[in-house]
Design a protein around this ligand. Sequence first.
Ligand SMILES: C[S@@+](CC[C@H](N)C(=O)[O-])C[C@H]1O[C@@H](n2cnc3c(N)ncnc32)[C@H](O)[C@@H]1O
Length: 209
Amino acid sequence: MIPPEILTYCITHSTAPSDLVKELGEYTVKHVSGSNMLIGEMEAAVLGFLIKLGGVKRVLELGTFTGYSALAMAEQLPPEGSITTVDINPHTTKIAREFWDRSPHGKKITQVLKPGADALGELTGPFDLIFIDADKNGYPLYLEWALANLSARGLIVTDNTLWSGKILTPGGDKQTDSIIAHNTRARTLDGYTKVLLPVRDGMYLITKS
Ligand SMILES: C[S@@+](CC[C@H](N)C(=O)[O-])C[C@H]1O[C@@H](n2cnc3c(N)ncnc32)[C@H](O)[C@@H]1O
């Protein structure tokens, strides 16, 4: 949504992920289909900033893919911090674990290889940060679960909430309508502070405090 040279300027003036995270991003672009799903360095910097700002220790991520966002977040967590990350794809999950095993922060990450809805039935909060980035049809359910399982000063971050602008046109397809339902629910929540940032494909931030 912003010119590439301005985005590069922003990235170079933000805290960078490790060389290993960058290598994982490059590997994914080269070898894995769907690499446009990666959050990228700008969004990783925002998540890292939020982790530091909020004193986040316990993270839940829905949507692991090749483990880029999980590793970038793990690098910003304190030594006792932890991330549980959920995905259904055994192939990309295996790549994720191979890269995490090369990082001193990899031990903070626990993988759950299950559909998000099943995994959530077995997980218990509270989580300090819940990053929603899995199947778009699941967004309304994931948001409800996140609201019920957030710590007192916790934060929900939902990715792709602009969906390349398709959120302006309801009734197009199920994924778009699910994201719109998520966004409407977030907008109308009482007692929460929210901001939908036009970062990458839209980062919706929701906090109880
Ligand atoms: C946008 S990608 C996640 C990207 C990742 N957060 C990153 O930036 O490195 C979405 C992931 O959701 C996973 N996914 C799709 N349907 C799912 C489901 N029902 N439950 C859990 N994960 C699912 C896909 O396999 C894919 O890896």
